[in-house]
Design a protein around this ligand. Structure first.
Ligand SMILES: [Zn+2]
Length: 599
């Protein structure tokens, strides 16, 4: 083992950082006053698990080596020596890689695959299943949709699934871990969780089945029942249906978020396929983030929840989560308090699209929610609301200043405040607010950086697929360019090495990105990110070409047009083949071998 790795294994960044400031534990992280700048509110954060630090005030950050280099004013080799002396290197501990955890995950994936096949067979090959099939058809769900979404059926029995797996030698304990059976309260043993239910399997965006949702056909309670959280499934981290809809979301640059799988199914079947379901009203940041992974540029998120207050609250949550990421949010509230499924049953696709077209910007909703909390007749309260709204608008990271300006104009109308006053408020920004409004990475860009920096096993496969055009023009271009270069030379850059080569503000963005809590990455996810970045670059090229074409047309030099139009067509072709592309077709690797390498 290299000395760098040895030190990394032994040195604890929390101990080292504690030499310089008082740290308090907050959840998984430690927080304290920043030793690099003077502050009253602690914004210096140390992540024990990732062994990274970052200051959200001044932007300094990195790993244990960067910390020592920065604070002790040492070069990288000096920092190595400093840490080596501090720790006993004769005791190289292995870091908490947990093959046990990986094995369990693989086992659960396999159980879920088998369960999916079993439920599907039930639907078509049992008399009970055929009744469920009739029920589905009565609800206008076609056989084509049933096949596409891999809908199945759980028999109305306490042991059908249990027996099925017992014959295959799978233990009830493992089934319990998969969330498929429940330990019996009264006597020994377990019983099936899903009984007499139509089953909607829940997949990761890359198509692995990780959980199930069931709708009762025997009037049992609750009407809808989902798998509990398991080692491979956490409810708040997944959007239902993304594996089916991601290409359509990519193509249209928008996503409609609905509550449940029946709403998803109704829209998807009608041909409105840019849709995903949050499986509940509590939309989480991770869910919004997942949808944005497939959207390279200013995206539109349409929240189409029930019109009750829970639905509105969900939309407001989506605003706060997404505005920072540059997404445009609309809220679609269907008439007669109908949910998307009932609306499509009663009316039709065209009516739905009309409603979609009309769906209002969320800005009004946001302002209404502020106004409700305040007395607008009191000048001070009204002023506070105006400032709050301006701050929200300023936070939107839309590259186009015209769009932001338009938001200000709308807000001044809703609040009945003179537009010029609104603009002058926008210009008085305190230094604190300036820090808040910093540049950021695209979602896919950031995720790919996290994957490359954190998963050494995946990196070779990603670099094999990655070309310059994937990162050209991105904010992170210098990072990607160094990483791929150093990787090709067989000496991947460490964080402190990167720090020497890129500018400070960019490194700060990177160290902040690495602090974020993330799921374990997969190769498929990395490839999706690459696809999104490729799309971003192609779309940028297309925009430039279109501008060029418009200029030449204005200037009347028609003979120069045809090569440009040809080029534009070529880019359009590439874009459409991109959304057809599937990581499963990639020749360089198959999924199992990667799974094995990672364990
Ligand atoms: Zn600081």
């Amino acid at each position: 083992m290299e000395i760098v790795d040895q030190i990394r294994n032994i040195a604890n960044i929390v101990d080292i950082a504690s030499q310089y400031t008082n740290l308090k534990r907050r959840g998984r992280k430690h927080i304290g006053l920043c030793p690099f700048h003077s502050e009253k509110q602690p914004s210096f954060t140390v992540d024990d698990e990732k062994q990274l630090f970052h200051c959200f005030g001044c932007g300094v950050g990195g790993d244990v080596f960067s910390l020592v280099m920065e604070k002790e004013n040492l070069s990288f080799p000096e920092a190595l020596r400093y840490l080596a002396e501090k720790y006993n290197l004769e005791l190289p501990e292995t870091r908490k890689t947990s093959p046990k955890q990986r094995n369990l995950e693989e086992k659960l994936f396999k159980i879920n695959e088998d369960t999916l096949a079993y439920f599907k067979k039930n639907l078509f090959n049992t008399s009970e299943g055929r009744k469920a099939l009739e029920y589905l058809k009565k609800r206008n769900i076609t056989e084509d949709t049933i096949q596409k979404l891999k809908i199945g059926y759980a028999l109305n029995s306490y042991t059908a699934l249990l027996d099925y797996f017992q014959r295959k030698g799978v233990s009830a304990n493992d089934l319990e871990k998969a969330g498929l059976v429940i330990p019996s309260q009264k006597k020994e043993g377990h019983y099936d969780r899903f009984r007499g239910r139509i089953i909607f399997p829940i997949f990761t965006p890359t198509g692995k089945v990780v959980a199930f949702g069931g709708r009762t056909v025997i009037n049992a309670e609750p009407k809808y029942l989902n798998s509990p959280d398991t080692p491979v499934y956490s409810k708040g981290n997944l959007l239902y249906g993304l594996n089916f809809s991601k290409n359509s979301i990519r193509e249209r640059g928008e996503v409609i978020l609905v509550e449940g799988y029946t709403d998803f199914t109704a829209l998807f079947q009608s041909g409105i396929t840019q849709v995903a379901a949050s499986l509940g009203t509590s939309l989480t940041p991770n869910q919004v983030y997942q949808a944005l992974l497939f959207l390279p540029r200013l995206a539109t998120i349409i929240v189409n929840y029930d019109s009750d207050s829970a639905g509105i609250a969900a939309a407001l949550r989506a605003i706060h989560i997404s505005w920072g990421k540059g997404a445009n949010i609309k809220v679609l509230t269907l008439p007669e308090e109908l949910d998307p499924d009932s609306f499509l049953q009663k009316y039709n696709k065209e009516e739905y699209l009309k409603q979609l077209e009309k769906s209002p910007s969320v800005l009004k909703l946001l302002i209404d929610s502020y106004i409700r909390e305040a007395n607008m007749n009191i000048p001070e309260e009204k002023a506070a609301i105006v400032r709050k709204v301006v701050r929200e608008i300023e936070k939107i990271q839309i590259p186009d200043p015209l769009v932001r300006s338009e938001y200000l104009k709308q807000a001044s109308e809703y609040l009945s405040v003179d537009e010029d006053v609104m603009r002058s408020v926008a210009q008085q920004k305190t230094s604190e607010e300036k820090i808040e409004k910093k540049e950021s990475f695209l979602v896919a860009e950031k995720r790919l950086l996290q994957i490359l920096m954190e998963d050494k096993n995946l990196a070779p496969h990603v670099f094999a697929e990655m070309k310059k055009e994937h990162f050209q023009g991105l904010k992170s271009e210098p990072i990607f360019s160094d990483l791929s270069e150093s990787f090709k030379n067989g000496t991947p850059s460490s964080l402190p090495e990167l720090k020497q080569k890129i500018d400070r503000s960019l490194f700060s963005l990177l160290s902040e990105a690495l602090m974020e809590k993330e799921r374990a990455p997969t190769l498929e996810e990395a490839i999706e990110c690459l696809n999104t970045l490729r799309q971003y670059s192609l779309e940028n090229q297309a925009i430039k070409l279109k501008e060029q074409i418009a200029r030449i047309e204005r200037e009347g030099e028609k003979d120069k047009l045809s090569p440009l139009i040809k080029q534009l067509q070529e880019i359009k072709n590439q874009l459409s083949s991109l959304s057809q592309r599937d990581y499963k077709d990639l020749s360089f690797i198959n999924r199992d071998s990667v799974a094995k390498e990672r364990s």
